[in-house]
Design a protein around this ligand. Structure first.
Ligand code: ADP
Length: 610
């Protein structure tokens, strides 16, 4: 397998090879140049040396010949022989070193001329011995021209070699210039080749990496339709194959997820659609993102038309919009007072009532993407409530008159006929009296409550001092407390601001609270009535140290017909419910703090008069 590393090494290897080629070429050229200069020097120098020595030898031989002619025969002859040997020696060397054309011809001429010169010299020596006077003439005519021709031949040989040497030096010069030129050209071409090759190799190596980078960028932008081309079988090709596989898997996963998300969306839409209550989902810009058919029916619009619309375009209720805003801002369900969560929609003659729940959505990361609005149709419940209240009102009203006459009759009997009755009959009459009293109280309470619920409670508000209300209530309850042995205290400051209230109704509430406190406090116990200003309200509180209220009962204590123990022998379980309605009608609130066994505190508020 050709690996990625091998590819890189191949790139470097090729460049290295080129460098080696250029270097070898330079070495070869330099060697060639050296060898050429060396041979020129060696060959031509030897020939020149031979020619010079031959000139030397033949000139000395000529001088020796003159010595003989001058009478120094022995000395001249020996000098001649010496130089003859030298001449022949150098001639032999010149013959061994024939390298130039024309050189051989010169040497042949020289050899033949020298042989003739030697024989003429022998003749001259013989002539000298027989006729010395003729010898000088013979020298002049036969020997001297020969000597000159030999000397000229030697000079020619030397000059020929000189010329050749000069030509060779010129040639060497040319070779060196050529070498510099060719090395420069080949070096330049090699550099170009290395550059081109390096670019090619770097492109070859970097191209798949660039392709991978670009594909990865596409995948990061959720475009899974990318494939990296796979070339060859090296590591990068393997990486590209794995990358393509990974993208394929990611695509499958993405498609699967999209499918799942769509299925989940359809499921939740189906759930929302099938719910009987109206559901409206708004995003953080209050644009409707979900709207079920029930909600569409409530608001009298088409579900499709309402999507992406602002909630106020569909539900024109600023009060509910305020709650929506509060829920979105805080991420918590808004605080809605009881009764405030009802949306009434009128269509022609008919009014429908919906209980509204507002639930902010929350993602696990704490983002608040919107709010869910749930509308439950309570028109029927309200109607039933109204019918019940009307029935209770009518029944109590109808019961009140006969009960009054029964009460009068029983009272009359107790006063006039009592002495004539037996003890047992008297006890029966007393029981009858108590039952009638309790029934009257119950009927009165029921009548009051149904009037309040039907909105028929008439309140006449006026500015009134809180301590005035408290004094009135205390005066009503005082004798009862005394007879029960309970200490009654008032700590209502005189300087509290006036409140807006219906004095009769508030005194009723106070008396009811004090009566309750008395009922659930043993003899020797204490009851305290306190008052305080908090903001723009006055708080009145009735505290006792009686038996207290069990914790599980406390949240329901203000509901209708809620009793502690049936054996209490107390009232109807309507007192606190009526008190709450009265306080509410005064735009106040009522609540209880109680610890079982330690006592209770009932507190209610009234608005300070403007
Ligand atoms: P009732 O007419 O029965 O007193 P209320 O609505 O006034 O009805 O009171 C409901 C119940 O609350 C009582 O039955 C009693 O159990 C409890 N309760 C009210 N006031 C007190 C109190 N001061 N101490 C203990 N329990 C109390």
């Amino acid at each position: 397998m050709r690996t990625f590393r091998k590819k890189i090494l191949l790139g470097y290897g090729a460049s290295l090879l080129l460098i080696i080629v250029v270097l070898s070429l330079a070495v070869v050229l330099i060697l060639r140049l050296g060898r050429a200069s060396e041979s020129i020097l060696r060959e031509n120098y030897q020939s020149i040396q031979a020619a010079e020595n031959m000139i030397d030898a033949v000139e000395r031989q000529d001088s020796a010949t003159l010595l003989i002619l001058l009478g120094y025969q022995r000395q001249g002859a020996s000098e001649f022989r010496e130089n003859e040997t030298l001449f022949l020696q150098w001639l032999g060397r010149a013959k061994d070193n024939i390298t130039i054309s024309g050189e051989k011809e010169i040497i042949d001429t020289l050899e033949k001329g020298y042989a003739r010169y030697l024989s003429e010299i022998s003749n001259l020596q013989l002539l000298y011995q027989s006729a010395p006077t003729q010898a000088a003439n013979a020298y002049h005519e036969a020997v001297l021209p020969l000597f000159r021709s030999i000397r000229d031949a030697c000079i020619k040989l030397r000059d020929l070699n000189h010329e050749t040497m000069y030509a060779a030096s010129n040639r060497a010069n040319k070779i060196s210039v050529q070498a510099v030129f060719s090395i420069s050209v080949i070096g330049g071409v090699s550099v170009l080749l290395v550059i081109v090759f390096s670019m090619f190799v770097s492109h070859l190596i970097s191209r798949p990496v660039t392709e991978l980078k670009e594909a990865a960028l596409q995948v990061a932008q959720a475009n899974y339709n990318v494939q990296v081309p796979v070339r060859g079988s090296d590591e990068v090709a393997l990486l590209a194959t794995q990358f393509n596989l990974m993208v394929e898997k990611l695509k499958q996963f993405h498609d699967m997820n999209i499918g799942r998300i769509i299925a989940e969306k359809r499921k939740s839409e189906a759930i929302i659609r099938s719910v009987d209550d109206g559901i409206v989902v708004v995003d953080d810009n209050f644009l409707i993102t979900n709207f079920n058919p029930e909600a569409a029916k409530i608001f009298g619009v088409f579900p499709e038309d309402s999507l992406e619309k602002h909630i106020l375009e569909v539900m024109r209720d600023e009060r509910l919009f305020g709650f929506l805003k509060e829920a979105l801002a805080s991420g918590q369900p808004p605080r809605i007072e009881e009764g405030e969560d009802i949306l009434t929609i009128k269509t022609g003659e008919e009014s429908r009532h919906y209980q509204v729940s507002i639930v902010p959505m929350r993602t696990p990361s704490g983002v608040n993407p919107g709010v869910v609005l749930l509308l439950r149709d309570i028109t029927r419940h309200r109607e039933l409530d109204r019918l019940k209240s009307e029935f209770v009102m009518t029944a109590s009203h109808e019961l009140r008159t006969p009960l009054t006459s029964i009460n009068m009759a029983v009272d009359l009997l107790r006063e006039s006929a009592a002495p004539k009755l037996t003890d047992q009959e008297q006890a029966l009459l007393e029981a009858c009296h108590e039952d009638v009293q309790r029934l009257r109280a119950l009927v009165n309470d029921l009548l009051d409550l149904s009037k309040i619920e039907a909105g028929k409670l008439e309140l006449s508000f006026e500015p009134v001092q809180p301590h005035f209300l408290c004094d009135q209530a205390l005066s009503i309850i005082k004798s009862q407390a005394e007879s029960k042995g309970i200490e009654l205290n008032s700590a209502v400051p005189q300087d509290l601001p006036e409140v807006t209230a219906d004095p009769h109704k508030i005194v009723w509430v106070l008396v009811n609270l004090l009566a309750n406190a008395m009922r659930y406090t043993k003899a020797g116990g204490h009851i305290k009535l306190a008052g305080d200003r908090v903001g723009n309200q006055v708080q009145l509180a009735v505290t006792d140290d009686g038996e207290g209220i069990p914790f599980d009962l406390q949240p329901r204590i203000f509901d209708k017909f809620v009793h502690g123990k049936p054996s209490d022998g107390g009232g109807s379980g309507l007192g606190l419910a009526i008190s709450k309605e009265i306080v509410k009608a005064h735009r106040g609130a009522i609540w209880v703090d109680s610890s079982p066994g330690q006592g209770s505190t009932f507190t209610f508020t009234l608005p300070i008069a403007a």
